[in-house]
Design a protein around this ligand. Sequence first.
Ligand SMILES: [Zn+2]
Length: 155
Amino acid sequence: MKPRSAENKASEMQRRLDAYVEEHNMRRSPTRDLVLAEACKLPQPFAASELIEAAEKQHISMPTVYNVLQLLIKARILLKVNRDSTREHAMYEILAGKSYAIQMYCTRCGRVTPVQSKVLNNAIKAYKFNNFNLQRFSLFVYGECKVCRSYKRLY
Ligand SMILES: [Zn+2]
């Protein structure tokens, strides 16, 4: 049951955020909590722009969203999955539950496209990592997308 597990994920992450906030003697912030709840609702991994769009509907500004993203990374609730991307194309993932994602990342335009491949997913899950228990993975494959390649052919 998908909606239920999404709710569990959100409440688990809220508990982690509450613990972090308390540990660091910070104030609780309803806005921060709301951004986290929106991030948990998005398909993972998600682009900053998707979260900004969702947050704007709740009247939360873009700088606030970026501030919350940074805090969630520090609190190990969130991971920036494509580290070398620009801020605009950065993608993030909530670190809860099982998640297996493969994405194609265009090095020219920054477009991110999900890859649906049972073969690749199963190969990674079956791999015996040395002294490491696999919980989730997020794999980026780098190259040039169809649009950028056809644009190159024209000029
Ligand atoms: Zn491209």
